[in-house]
Design a protein around this ligand. Sequence first.
Ligand code: ADP
Ligand code: MG
Length: 293
Amino acid sequence: ATPMSVMVGVGKAAEAGVLIRNGEALQTASKITAMILDKTGTITEGAPTVTDIIIADKSYTKKYILMVAASIESGSEHPLAQAIVDSAIEQKIVPETISDFQAIAGHGVEAQFNDHKLLFGNQKLMLKNGVVLFDFVAKAQKLANEAKTPMYLAIDNKLAAIIAVSDPIKKDSVEAIKRLQANGIRVVMLTGDNRATANAVAKKVGITEVFAEVLPEEKSNKVAELQAQGEIVGMTGDGINDAPALALANVGFAIGTGTDVAIESADITLMRGSLHGLADAIAVSKATLRNIK
Ligand code: ADP
Ligand code: MG
């Protein structure tokens, strides 16, 4: 490719809000055969809100549960934490001080609250700590089938409640994914979220292949797995968790509103946050290569 044609291509892409950091990525984009899309913040808005609070231990009120959950999540930077804290603020619930806070990647959070041990996160976190879930697994499953993310709260290793959040799908994700598939690209969803939630979201956006319950440190393995199958892999993500996968992919795409780490690890930034930027980048890439020949 001549430097001139690449420059023109980079300029064209920029007009569409697609920032290309290196000329090589522009040339590789047209060769992508598989696109991995992170779920939260990439396909969805990444701004979940609380939809359900189900009490498991009748000695607690919903208000108390939300106060406890907001207290533990005050220490977390996860989008799920933001949803909990926002919901508490909305209801004028004031979080209390916690200690010994610990974020457990891909699982949830843990802390001490007065003299009580708090656990808040997914089923894996509860099982790891021997928390008995009774028939609340089925209740969580029902919420997950509605594309919501259920989280369990345990106080002193006893199940206290389930809190579910819902993250709206970006309004143009369905169309943008269709454009990729129309280009013959294999589109795969990748998420740390539970399988039922992931499948429900995938179904809504027309994706049939899902990697769910993937731990943060395993996300890049999924890129390698597809590369080993002979795919030229594009990876799109917004989170710190996505950075190694973005770096390993043949072309990494970061969501412009995402974390700095993701943007720095990617080759291309979608400034508008819309997944249409992917098909736009591929179209510019194809045009650039045509001009060279
Ligand atoms: P992703 O960013 O793809 O959703 P994560 O690995 O960050 O994946 O999280 C995976 C799962 O771990 C979440 O769906 C949630 O169930 C649990 N989890 C992670 N962080 C938190 C948190 N701060 N509070 C509650 N649950 C959490
Ligand atoms: Mg994300």
